[in-house]
Ligand binder design. Structure first.
Ligand code: NAG
Ligand code: NAG
Ligand code: NAG
Ligand code: NAG
Ligand code: NAG
Ligand code: NAG
Ligand code: NAG
Length: 401
């Protein structure tokens, strides 16, 4: 419908205005929260981790090649137009810095767009996409490969990197229409600016959402942190603790309902990008006794239903998708989209080692922050505020799924 598409375009233009400068971070945060909230609606009571930055990177890649309504939906969900010069400039900045793996931080993004072999790609897209931050285009014959192989496919040698599209004259696609699949994955390991001591980790009770308790290795340190208390629209209060990683460019925010009786779902459903943007002004430096469970998480998510409920539907619909910026081939659409994220939070920040020695805690008299019930966490880029990871710990003794 013509009028709908015009209003979409106007909306997109308005958002581009807003998205200049710092606004881009807020739009990204807004998207991160909606993505996370949508995910929590389907992924009920389990531990969860995802990387909004990685997902938006792959959506930006799609935006490059999308046209018409498909493009408008991607713009509407992300909140900005990738083709805008200001947006491109703002985006290239953090990505350069995040790739710096010195200083004990490993942050690895891999975005892959798998494209049915034989499809001839437009050179403008290929050029742009390959110059894109760690994204790759891989040609694959979907009728010879299953999802499991796709998910491991970024490194699979049976899949060829598409450098220049081969002519697709007279090619058979097998049983299905020409399609593409998207895989975004990210791995993080970092060392704390101030490590927890293995010798001060103890098995302590953690209260699950159903009221049961489990004993989990709880790390401890008395240290200076950024700390603040905030209020949800429903008036429930929550507490935030910020722990920096070694080079002070990244930090982990632990977000905990202040009252043990407040379920985590209250927090999950009421957080907004605006509230997150205000955190910094409410955090104060404070000496505290910090208790944080060790946890390790790996989550693999089917993004398709999540993105669809966020308004990106045409891209997945063979008869509505418009990717004429990727190829002239008719009917090109996305059949699958996966996201994979993993992260580990331990004493030294990098990996669990050493058996736990039990000692009595020599606790200071500082106020206590104890994450001994379900909490949210956000790994963010300190200066830019961008959300690299967002997740929740429902039970530290489980490893996600
Ligand atoms: C979500 O939780 C509800 C109630 O605890 C349960 O009935 C439902 O089966 C759960 N859904 C999933 C997908 O786990
Ligand atoms: C895709 O969008 C472009 C630009 O809006 C339009 O010219 C073209 O006809 C569309 N293609 C299809 C197959 O809808
Ligand atoms: C990003 O890197 C550039 C140069 O590599 C540096 O000037 C800038 O301070 C860095 N920004 C942050 C936030 O670390
Ligand atoms: C990574 O960080 C180190 C120390 O901050 C700096 O010396 C180096 O130039 C950075 N490398 C890149 C590629 O930005
Ligand atoms: C880019 O991807 C390659 C593997 O394809 C990986 O080895 C590398 O670490 C990635 N770089 C970044 C900055 O994520
Ligand atoms: C893909 O595989 C199917 C089944 O093996 C084959 O019939 C088809 O020709 C292949 N298509 C391409 C483009 O290689
Ligand atoms: C996918 O293919 C691999 C290798 O051919 C096979 O081991 C695996 O069982 C297949 N998975 C499914 C779900 O069919």
């Amino acid at each position: 419908m013509w009028c709908v598409s015009v209003s979409c375009i106007l909306l997109a233009l308005g958002l581009v205005e807003r998205s200049r400068g710092n606004g881009l971070t807020e739009l990204d945060t807004e998207f991160s929260l909606r993505l996370f909230q949508t995910l929590t609606e389907t992924e009920n009571n389990s531990n969860l981790i995802m990387s909004p930055v990685s997902v938006s990177q792959s959506l930006r890649l799609l935006q490059l090649g999308a046209r018409g309504h498909t493009l408008a939906q991607l713009q509407g969900t992300l909140g900005y137009d990738i083709n805008d010069a200001h947006v491109q400039e703002a985006m290239s900045q953090p990505q350069r810095n995040l790739s710096n793996s010195t200083q004990g931080i490993r942050l690895q993004f891999i975005n892959t767009l798998f494209i049915q072999s034989g499809i001839k790609l437009l050179p403008a897209f290929t050029q742009h996409a390959l110059g894109w931050y760690n994204s790759s285009l891989q040609s694959v014959n979907f009728s010879q490969i299953n999802n499991t192989q796709l998910q491991q496919g970024a490194a699979d040698k049976d899949l060829d990197e598409v450098v220049s599209g081969d002519p697709g004259e007279g090619v058979s696609w097998g049983s299905s229409a020409p399609h593409m699949a998207l895989l975004s994955s990210v791995v993080f390991q970092g060392a704390w600016q101030k490590q927890f001591l293995f010798s001060e980790t103890q098995n302590l009770p953690f209260t699950l959402s159903d009221g049961r308790t489990v004993k989990v290795p709880m790390m401890y340190q008395s240290t200076e942190v950024n700390f603040g208390q905030f209020r949800l629209p429903s008036d429930h209060r929550y507490t935030i603790l910020e722990l920096p990683y070694l080079d002070r460019s990244l930090s982990l925010l632990v977000i905990l309902p202040s009252d043990r009786k407040t379920p985590l779902s209250q927090l999950e459903s009421q957080l907004t990008g605006h509230a997150v943007a205000l955190w910094d002004t409410g955090l104060r430096r404070k000496k505290m006794d910090v208790f944080l469970p060790r946890f390790k998480m790996h989550t693999r998510v089917d993004l398709k239903p999540v993105l669809q409920s966020l308004g990106i539907s045409d891209a997945f619909n063979p008869s509505a998708a418009n990717f004429s910026g990727i190829s002239d081939t008719d009917g090109l659409y996305i059949s699958e989209a996966f996201h994979e994220a993993s992260m580990e939070v331990t004493e030294d920040g990098t990996r669990a080692a050493a058996a736990t020695a039990m000692v009595l805690l020599k606790r200071s008299r500082a106020p206590i922050f104890k994450a001994d019930r379900p909490f949210l966490f956000i790994l963010r880029h300190i200066n830019r505020g961008s959300v690299l990871f967002m997740g929740r710990v429902m039970n530290p003794a489980q490893q996600g799924h």
